[in-house]
Unconditional design. Structure first.
Length: 105
């Protein structure tokens, strides 16, 4: 079974903000690597492809079996994607956060 992975409007904004944050961090660094923001977004998108085949393999986030989290490694930390399995063919990404951010539930 294959799932279609869609971004909510909020998750699309999250992705843009994560890119902007990574870019600013690299610009502020003495040894900034301007490829890092692109690599971070690519790592997130690559990680989300896992949901096309195995969304139920991710950990539950709360009491619903259909709301789950995917851990996406990147560098020394990574990202967490909150998503909902809405039916037998669709997964919607609700939010994406850096692992060091506050909880988004």
């Amino acid at each position: 079974m294959r799932y279609t992975v869609e971004f909510s409007e909020a998750a699309a904004v999250d992705l843009e903000q994560l890119f902007d944050f990574a870019l600013q961090r690299e610009l502020d660094s003495d040894t900034g690597d301007l490829d890092v923001p692109d690599r971070a977004v690519q790592a997130i998108k690559a990680g989300l492809t896992f949901l096309e085949s195995s969304p139920f393999a991710c950990r539950k986030a709360g009491s619903s079996s259909f709301i789950r989290e995917l851990i996406i490694p990147f560098g020394n930390t990574g990202y967490v994607a909150l998503f909902e399995i809405v039916n037998n063919s669709t997964v919607i990404i609700g939010a994406i956060r850096h692992q060091r951010e506050d909880d988004y539930h």
